[in-house]
Design a protein around this ligand. Structure first.
Ligand SMILES: Cc1cc2nc3c(=O)[nH]c(=O)nc-3n(C[C@H](O)[C@H](O)[C@H](O)COP(=O)(O)O)c2cc1C
Length: 223
C-alpha cells in the first residue's frame, strides 16, 4: 500500500504542520504502508493559467513539477494533504496545486482512493480549512477518512500534545484500514454522485472542445 503525503507549508517538514504530519505518517507506517513525502516548498507548481489544454489533451501546458505530482497521486492508494491555515484557507502553494488539478477534477480521476487531512493554525478555526480540503478530495472522486487540526503553542508544539498526537496516529491507521476495507462514506458518496453527474454533463456539453475528457468519461461510464 502506497501513501503519498503532500505538505504545503513554506517551512516544509520543519514547521508545525510538518510536526503533526509526522505523527499521522507514524500511524501509516505502523500499519505497514509505504510512505512518500512531497514538500511543495521544494517543488515548482505555478498557478493555473486557465488555458484549457488539460481538458483537451490530458496534460498541463505549464512545464513544472505538476505532472510528476499528478503521476504520484494516480499511482498512490491513498494520500495525505497537509497545510497550515493561511487566512482561513490553505497556503498559496496548496491552492496552486488544487487549481492545477482542474483537469483531474473534471475526470474525477482519483475515484476509489482515500485521503486524510492535516492542518495547523495560529488560533483557528481549524475545521473550516479541513472541510475545504475535504471538498477538494471529494471533487477528485476520492473519499476523506477524516482530518486532524490544531492551533499551535509555539514552535512545533501544540496544546494537549498527547491527545493530539494519538488522534493523528489513529488517523494514519484509519487511512490504511479504510483502503484495505474499501470503506464507504455515504454522505461523501452523495456529494460525489451529484458532482459526477455535473462533471460528466459538463464534459458532454463541451465534447467538441475537450476530446481528452470526452474519451475519459466514455471509458469511465462503460467500465
Ligand atoms: C501568511 C500567514 C497567514 C496566516 N493566517 C492564519 C489565519 O488566518 N488563522 C490562524 O489561525 N493562523 C494563521 N497563520 C498562522 C499559521 O497557520 C500557523 O502558525 C501554522 O501553524 C504554521 O504552520 P507551519 O509552521 O507548518 O508553516 C498564518 C500564518 C501566516 C504566515
Amino acid at each position: 500500500m502506497k501513501i503519498l503525503a503532500i505538505i504545503a507549508s513554506p517551512r516544509g517538514m520543519q514547521g508545525n504542520t510538518g510536526r503533526l504530519l509526522e505523527e499521522v505518517l507514524a500511524g501509516v507506517e505502523e500499519s505497514g504502508a509505504e510512505t512518500e513525502i512531497l514538500s511543495l516548498k521544494s517543488l515548482k507548481v505555478q498557478p493555473c493559467v486557465g488555458c484549457d489544454v488539460c481538458h483537451k489533451t490530458g496534460i498541463c501546458s505549464i512545464k513544472d513539477d505538476y505532472e510528476g505530482i499528478k503521476g504520484k497521486l494516480l499511482a498512490s492508494d491513498g494520500f495525505i494533504l497537509a497545510s497550515p491555515n493561511y487566512i482561513f484557507s490553505v497556503t498559496a502553494q496548496m491552492k496552486a496545486l488544487f487549481d492545477r488539478c482542474n483537469g483531474m477534477i473534471h475526470c474525477m480521476a482519483l475515484e476509489g482512493k482515500y485521503a486524510a487531512l492535516v492542518e495547523t493554525s495560529g488560533g483557528g478555526p481549524d475545521e473550516e480549512v479541513l472541510t475545504y480540503m475535504g471538498r477538494f478530495v471529494n471533487s477528485l472522486g476520492a473519499e476523506s477518512v477524516g482530518g486532524v487540526g490544531s492551533s499551535m503553542a509555539g514552535v512545533r508544539a501544540f496544546p494537549d500534545e498527547n491527545s493530539l498526537y494519538l488522534r493523528a496516529r489513529t488517523l494514519g491507521n484509519e487511512l490504511c484500514r479504510c483502503i484495505a476495507e474499501q470503506r464507504r462514506f455515504p454522505e461523501q458518496e452523495a456529494f460525489i454522485g451529484d458532482f459526477k453527474a455535473r462533471m460528466s454533463g459538463l464534459v458532454d456539453y463541451m465534447k467538441d472542445f475537450w476530446p481528452f475528457e470526452r474519451e475519459f468519461w466514455v471509458k469511465k461510464l462503460t467500465r
